[in-house]
Write a protein that binds this ligand. Structure first.
Ligand code: ATP
Ligand code: MG
Length: 323
């Protein structure tokens, strides 16, 4: 059964396909975007964006790529799809994506081609930016050293290449494989989960974009979606999509709290919530939870010589305002 007809919708509002029409500029996404754009606009070298599973990192990376105009940037998005990639594969991919036409097999020649290309881009007034998604899969010291080498390519006044790493909080550990690289992180940002307000605005935005003329979730249903979904967009999508389906089956005009509870039970999110409550209780009681990692907490490695000051961010925002 298709619920589009029942609710008179043009599209599925909570599809997880990366459709730009559905992009919602949440407070969380917009705060991350402003900072990451600042880092690449000023060619800071390496910026890092971490967030939990389904928080919207890939969505943000794609949006960022769209926001980097071709007239000013040579930009590329590279997705690390396998933890076993080699340094030479990585270098070749970066060279290809930045427009090196026939990347050499031999490393020194390849580096020289890449350097020439970057200088050419610099001279034509363009900034070279590579966004790396799933960066927590970069799991070897050799790979991290390669990035450090690339970040060392510079002309007197600025770097020739900027990177933005998007990944799960474990990315912190990958960066620590090469402490000098970790120390070169110029800006680090954590993409936070939606708060209740953003969850509600996100649901409304998606419904509107799908052609709905009214809010199809009661206030209490939204609260439930937020509670079970922990403000994670992917979980919000699943809960809302299933909620609409169940409501259509039951011939209801809106999704209420009991339907969301029912859906959370079916997909097992209620158990996950009980489990995390148990973990919290043990932690509060000072009992160590087996297998718990420090992932999720951000600690900045080493002295942050190149960190961005709030003043610099402010003046960047001022400039944006004047455009
Ligand atoms: N700002 C947003 N606007 C609209 N939809 C969003 C937004 N952020 C996330 N989503 C939705 O949530 C889903 C999950 O987001 P995304 O794939 O970007 O998360 P992720 O952090 O990359 O997840 P993973 O950790 O699994 O890689 C997306 O398919 C998209 O539908
Ligand atoms: Mg992703």
């Amino acid at each position: 059964m298709n619920y589009l007809e029942h609710f008179q919708l043009d599209h599925e509002p909570f599809s997880s396909a990366p459709v730009t029409r559905f992009y919602y500029n949440s407070v969380q996404h917009s705060q991350a975007m402003v900072r990451l754009m600042f880092a690449v606009d000023n060619m800071r070298g390496l910026a890092v964006c971490v967030g939990d599973i389904g928080a919207g990192k890939t969505t943000l990376a794609r949006r960022m790529l769209d926001n980097l105009p071709e007239s000013h940037y040579e930009a590329a998005l590279l997705v690390i799809i396998h933890a076993g990639i080699t340094a030479s594969w990585l270098l070749r991919r970066i060279a290809l994506q930045l427009g090196v036409e026939s990347p050499a097999e031999e490393k020194l020649s390849l580096l020289s081609q890449l350097y020439q290309r970057l200088v050419h881009l610099y001279e034509s007034g363009k900034k070279a930016v590579v966004l790396i998604d799933e960066a927590q899969m970069l799991q070897s010291r050799e790979l991290m050293e390669e990035f450090r080498g690339l970040l060392n390519l510079e002309v007197p006044e600025r770097k020739l290449l900027s990177f933005v790493f998007f990944g799960l909080p474990e990315l912190e550990e990958s960066l620590m494989l090469d402490p000098p690289l970790a120390q070169r992180v110029a800006l680090k940002y954590r993409l936070e989960p939606f708060n209740l307000e953003s969850t509600e605005a996100y649901i409304k935005h998606r419904l509107r974009m799908a052609g709905s003329r009214k809010m199809l979730f009661t206030g209490q249903a939204v609260e439930s979606v937020h509670r079970y979904g922990h403000g994670t967009p992917r979980l919000i999508n699943t809960l809302c999509d299933n909620g609409l389906f169940e409501a259509a089956l039951a011939r209801r005009a809106v999704v209420d709290r009991s339907l969301v509870d029912q859906v959370a039970k079916i997909i097992g999110l209620d158990r996950q919530m009980e489990m995390s409550a148990a973990v919290r209780a043990r932690r509060e009681a000072g009992v160590l939870v087996p297998g718990e990692s420090s992932a999720g907490q951000i600690s900045l490695p080493g002295p942050q010589r190149k960190s961005v000051t709030m003043k610099e961010i402010d003046s960047f925002l001022d400039r944006l305002g004047k455009v």
